[in-house]
Design a protein around this ligand. Sequence first.
Ligand SMILES: Cc1ncc(COP(=O)(O)O)c(C=O)c1O
Length: 407
Amino acid sequence: MPFDVSRIREDFPILRQRVHDRPLVYLDNAATTQRPASVIAAISNYYSADNSNVHRGVHDLSERATRSYEEARVKVQRFLHARDPREIVFVRGTTEAINLVAQSYCRRLIQSGDEILVSAMEHHSNIVPWQMISEERGAALRVIPINDQGEINLDDFDKLLSDRTRFVSVPHVSHVLGTVNPIKEIVEMAHRRNVAVLVDGAQSAPHLLEIDVSDLDCDFYAFSGHKLYGPTGIGVLYGKSHLFESMIPYQGGGDMISSVSFEKTIYNAPPYKFEAGTPNIAGVIGLGAAIDYLKLIGSEAATAYEQELLSYAMSSLSEVRGVRVVGTAAKKAAVISFVVENVHPHDVGTILDLEGIAVRTGHCCAEPLMRRFGLTAVTRASIAFYNTKNEIDSLISGLARVRETFN
Ligand SMILES: Cc1ncc(COP(=O)(O)O)c(C=O)c1O
């Protein structure tokens, strides 16, 4: 069945608006996606009908809230093809998930002289937590280089792996270049040296939609709800059971304990050990609704359609004089960063905004990657399955306007 994008767009109320008296063209999906009405309704229903704290009350409302919260955990488990719901921890987002692993797993593991490997295409969220741990423990951060297309060469990765390597943290899909990294191979190579791997899935969950952590065999996988058509303030850390069992809690407080006395606290089992305090219940329920929605529309059809838009956008952009795309990997998701000759990306973004087109401009939280390409900033158009070829045409006309203005 062909992917009916007009029908899909009806599910997203925000897309109906006009901006600067033009139809909104939302191409900033890598920053955050929009939410379908079913996600907004699930949050609203929770607050209207079931609002209560989870895992605490014996009353009906609390039981209903707890049921929905735990059902959402199972939905995430199935979405990721994890083996057990206890491998799913709810956090604020990818950033918190990475910090949790840095503090709870790596802090005890890392010794002076050890090395943590990240790649040249990282989001700051997958750099700073590792720098913090490295500084504290006297370890070093080593960087896996990328080629001019924005791809990791596995031989370079192999050369960096050594007896000093203690942890590897890499993105599945680059938020600037769109590159889809060879995660399975990276995990296999790291495991040969007994090194655990975290996969930053902030962009792969929304763009690949079919995530199989059991097949990837990664040790940790992190993603954010708000980039997966779900709410802000909620995200997921997947971790293998035996690792979660061995890890110390990230934060202390209610719900993460099994018993407390002034002398000693016994921690709860995973995943609760890592969910201190009242969680973002509405966020979890909204994320569950987002996963339901993706199942309903069919992830295979959605990703195939996104790839079609990506090819269309890449070939259209190649015909715009003075535009250069940064990130041309053979395996690429629908994230396109580019520079327009002699025009600052902020000016590009401002002119496009006047046309109703929302794109991201700046360093995109990837300053080291910008330096790798000799840039300080890019314009990034990131596509979702609710975008259309007409919207790509609007982007191309908007860029023609940019050229006219600056020539
Ligand atoms: C690849 C990648 N990692 C991490 C993050 C951080 O996600 P969040 O701000 O939702 O924690 C982002 C957000 O843009 C991202 O694209």
